[in-house]
Write a protein that binds this ligand. Structure first.
Ligand code: ADP
Length: 643
């Protein structure tokens, strides 16, 4: 993986990964909240249970104390002989009155609801409330359980509602006997209202249910005489018969168990609508009920602990734990992100350093390569320059060789050209000597003048030849094309004359200045005219004389450049197809050996190209060959306006 790819991969965080992270975070927070909630709930419940147990102990103790206070009270009535006498059948109005008064006083002193004695038939023989209109005296209470229990078992305990005054109370009964024979039953009815009142300040509901599940005592007034359990018909019938609850309706309290924690503790829900009674604590909702049997009775003491507060505390704790976990997780994430960023930054720096090192290494390599290449290039350039110099020298040599070949071709004519004045010189000089001997000085002078002219003419010819033959440098300089053509024609003049070929020149009057080596351009033009002369040699003399060779020049202007176009046209046989194809090929010639080398056009085209020109050859539509040479004109000859 390249450094840049690594960098990109480091910078990229996929949305999927982010989603997973968010999910994990949510799960973590939810789990911590749930666990905290459960632990807190368990602890709160344990707390509640402990408090509940404590309350149970407290309330049970106080209740038992209150009941125990009267436990032996009925039995002590057996110590009173009047009471025993009354029950044993020795009843006289006086005795009954005495016992009534005694029980009344006793009742007042003990603070009980009622104290009365019942004979073996169940009839009340004397009672503390004997003076009241609803006095028990004479009442048949044989149906009461406490009476039968006392007869059967010696003692009876019973909670019930009075049939006469509908006053609820706790009945404690004891069998009274004389000489080991039961003569009756002593009963005291105790009010537990006082105890109830002290419960009213309790922090939670507390109740006492009897063996039938009927709430007989409760800190919540509404709950009294409700049933904790559903009562079946048989039980209800018994209640009707014994009038234990004096035909009270006994509606259900509406306790729905939701969970059982252990034998003595249950979670319940109470939905019972509360009436006008006001309590300092909630009486509906979720509760923990803890029960405990009351010693010496069939009753159970039940303490209700409202768990909603504990639930709320657990929820708050759970929320706190969730938030804390979230904060910790976020802190962790932040630290992790910071660590990751730091790592990425380090990795990025490392990658950058690597890339930088790599770049530096490459630059160094390239620099080395470059210097090697540079050196190689320099060597190559030097070699090429040397090769070009060699080539240039060879070309120069070739051009010179070509020129010498031309001179060779010209030499016969030139020799012929010089021979004539030479012969004339010999004759004129001989005649001059003779005229001087004869004293004809005038004629001798004329001869000598003529000799001088001939020598000048010969000097002119050799001068032209010498100028042409000199080895030129090839350096470009402004030259007038018209002059160059004139020089070339001068050197070929003798050939024109001897071959009787007509020469037609068509040049503008203005100079045609081109930038080139005049000597080399002259060589080109001599070549072209020479070839035209050679081509015309086989033509009939008439044609040679009439048509001959035409040399013309014109300025050709294009938007891009101004050039001079020189055409050399002959009326010879024209160019064969092979000649057209191979015209500028070195050593292509159709001429006899010794006449042509086949280098003329090849060298000429090279020279013309050197100065930015072109050379081409074609057949004229009217016969004969046409060679066209173009060369760029220097600025002053373009005819355009100068700035
Ligand atoms: P050379 O003159 O030594 O043969 P050139 O390169 O000057 O070499 O010419 C090559 C050939 O081109 C000539 O041999 C000839 O066949 C042909 N040629 C050149 N000029 C003309 C012309 N004006 N008419 C016909 N043929 C020509």
């Amino acid at each position: 993986m390249s450094a840049s790819c690594k960098l990109r991969a480091m910078v990229q965080r996929t949305p999927f990964r982010r989603l997973l992270l968010c999910l994990a975070l949510a799960v973590l927070v939810a789990a911590s909240a749930l666990v905290t909630f459960q632990i807190s709930q368990r602890l709160s419940l344990a707390d509640l249970q402990a408090t509940g147990r404590h309350r149970l102990d407290l309330y049970a103790a106080s209740l038992e104390r209150s009941i125990d206070k009267y436990a032996y009270f009925p039995a002590t009535l057996g110590l009173e002989s009047d009471v025993i006498d009354l029950l044993s059948g020795g009843a006289t109005p006086r005795l009954a009155d005495k016992v009534n008064r005694y029980l009344e006083q006793l009742n007042e002193r003990a603070g009980t609801l009622a104290i009365y004695v019942i004979d073996l038939h169940g009839h009340v023989r004397a009672s503390s409330n004997w003076q009241r209109s609803d006095s028990f005296v004479g009442e048949d209470l044989s149906f009461r359980a406490y009476f039968r229990d006392a007869i059967d078992q010696g003692n009876g305990r019973f909670f019930g509602i009075g049939t006469t005054r509908s006053e609820p109370g706790y009945y404690l009964s004891s069998a009274l006997s004389r000489n080991g024979r039961i003569v009756g039953v002593a009963v005291i009815k105790v009010s537990l209202e006082q105890l109830e009142e002290s419960w009213a300040t309790a922090e939670t509901p507390v109740l006492v249910a009897d063996e039938n599940g009927i709430v007989i005592l409760s800190s919540v007034p509404d709950w009294k005489f409700t049933a904790l359990r559903r009562l079946d018909e048989t039980t209800r019938a018994t209640f009707d018969r014994t009038q234990q609850y004096n035909r009270r309706a006994l509606p259900p309290l509406g306790v729905n168990e939701t969970a059982s924690l252990d034998k003595a503790a249950r979670l319940v829900r109470i939905d019972r609508a509360s009436s006008a009674s006001v309590t300092a604590y909630p009486v509906t909702g979720q509760f923990l009920i803890q029960s405990q049997p009351l010693a010496g009775t069939f009753w159970s003491l039940n303490v209700f602990s409202h768990i909603e507060r504990a639930e709320k505390v657990s929820t708050t704790r759970a929320a706190g734990a969730g938030v804390t976990m979230l904060l910790f997780a976020l802190l962790g994430l932040m630290l992790n992100e910071r660590r990751r960023l730091l790592k990425e930054r380090l990795a990025a720096r490392e990658a950058l350093q690597k890339a930088h090192d790599e770049l530096e290494r490459k630059v160094e390599e390239r620099t080395l390569d470059l210097s090697a290449t540079n050196q190689q290039l320099q060597t190559e350039i030097a070699e090429r320059v040397r090769a070009e110099q060699t080539l240039r020298a060879a070309q120069d040599e070739l051009i010179q060789a070509g020129k010498l070949a031309v001179i060779g071709q010209l030499s016969a004519g030139i020799v012929h050209e010089l021979n004539q004045p030479l012969a004339a010189l010999r004759t004129l000089s001989g005649n001059a000597v003779r005229f001087l001997e004869r004293g004809n000085e005038q004629t001798a002078r004329d001869n000598l003048e003529r000799i001088g002219q001939l020598v000048d003419r010969m000097g002119q010819i050799t001068g032209q030849l010498k100028a042409f033959a000199r080895k030129s440098s090839g350096k470009a300089a402004p030259v007038d094309l018209r002059q160059v053509v004139a020089n070339a024609i001068a050197l070929l003049e003798q050939r024109f004359r001897t071959s009787r070929i007509r020469l037609t020149r068509n040049f503008p009057d203005t100079p045609l200045t081109v930038l080139c080596d005049g000597n080399r351009l002259e060589q080109v033009i001599i070549n072209l005219i020479g070839n035209a002369l050679d081509a015309m040699l086989d033509q009939p003399e008439e044609q040679r004389r009439e048509l001959g060779i035409e040399i013309s020049a014109e300025i050709s202007s294009t938007p891009r450049e101004n050039a001079v176009r020189l055409t050399v046209r002959d009326h010879g046989p024209g160019l064969s197809p092979e000649a057209i194809a191979r015209l500028f090929e070195p050593f292509f010639t159709t001429k006899d050996a010794g006449v042509g080398l086949g280098l003329g056009l090849a060298i000429s085209t090279g020279i013309v190209n050197d100065y930015g020109g072109t050379l081409s050859g074609e057949n004229h539509p009217d016969g004969g060959a046409v060679f066209i040479l173009t060369l760029p004109l220097t600025i002053e000859d373009t005819g355009s306006e100068q700035p």
